[in-house]
Design a protein around this ligand. Structure first.
Ligand SMILES: O=C(O)CCC(=O)C(=O)O
Length: 269
């Protein structure tokens, strides 16, 4: 059972509140190499103390922030762009983003190469480097659309970001497996801002102690639904304790683009 489900505006269930718990469910999940497994409905784990809440002043910066908290998990969610603006940004991203091709669009799992089940691109400040698929790369220079979204994110959150990873999901078959954003090059304790456009998708978070066949503890998982034009700010220490994924959802037919804005520590720091 998920701890809670945050559902939101625009028909994509993005704002289910603490009392509106999901019942038992079955979910199809894919791992990074594209292998599908059907997760069993979990039961008996409903945590009655739900902590979805609205900040003391929910309209700070003109946005209605929702706070999502659990043990070691600290996130803030808001709709950042109105529908028309979000539509325009989605179209511009579709026209302008240049995604990786060739070896950079593949991943090696147990010695075998697989196509990554989504498209990816990176943009950022000059002089930065990061490790991707075992390679040290530099992001492409910012383009106007990623710069505009970055600046809006900075104004809304009060944080500056020097790098963005763009993930494009063609439809509900494209996905990202469970992982943490805990790369060594990230500035310690820096938040990660995840901005979504296009199809609404489930975003699942699982505590590190509750993973695998024999979890050491039973911490209820968290499922959010990320709406077109929304932002999810993942604050420290979320990425220490919680893994996240965007599972396969075969009924989703529309594309989605997600941008995770990050702060890479300057070389030498
Ligand atoms: O598409 C998403 O919402 C998730 C992206 C993600 O997990 C990542 O960039 O690390």
């Amino acid at each position: 059972m998920d701890r809670f489900l945050v559902k939101g505006a625009r028909g994509c269930s993005v704002g289910k509140g603490p009392r509106e718990q999901l019942g038992r469910k079955r979910a199809l999940e894919h791992s990074e190499d594209g292998q599908e497994r059907e997760s069993e409905p979990e039961n008996g784990r409903e945590n009655l103390e739900k902590k979805t809440s609205v900040m003391a002043d929910p309209s700070v910066g003109g946005y209605r922030w929702q706070q999502i908290k659990a043990e070691g998990l600290d996130c803030d969610y808001a709709v950042l762009f109105g529908r028309a603006e979000a539509d325009g940004l989605f179209q511009e991203l579709e026209r302008e983003v240049e995604y990786f091709t060739g070896d950079l669009s593949k991943v090696q799992v147990f010695g075998k190469w697989h196509s990554i089940p989504r498209k990816q691109a990176t943009y950022g400040d000059s002089g930065l480097s990061y490790t991707f698929s075992g390679l040290t790369l530099s992001p492409k220079p910012w383009i106007p659309v990623t710069e505009r979204i970055r600046d809006r994110v900075s104004r809304a959150t009060g944080h500056n970001f020097n790098f963005v990873l763009v993930n494009r999901y063609q439809d509900g078959h494209d996905h990202i497996g469970e992982h943490r954003d805990d790369e060594r090059e990230l500035a310690p304790r820096s938040p990660i801002a995840s901005v979504s456009f296009g199809a609404c998708r489930d975003f699942c978070l699982r505590h590190r102690d509750s993973r695998g066949k024999k979890p050491s503890r039973d911490v209820a998982s968290v499922k959010l639904q990320l709406a077109h034009g929304s932002i999810l700010l993942m604050n420290y220490p979320t990425n220490i304790y919680w893994y996240h994924s965007l599972p396969v959802r075969k009924k989703v037919r529309a594309p989605r683009i997600n941008l995770t804005f990050r702060t890479i520590a300057s070389p030498g720091k």
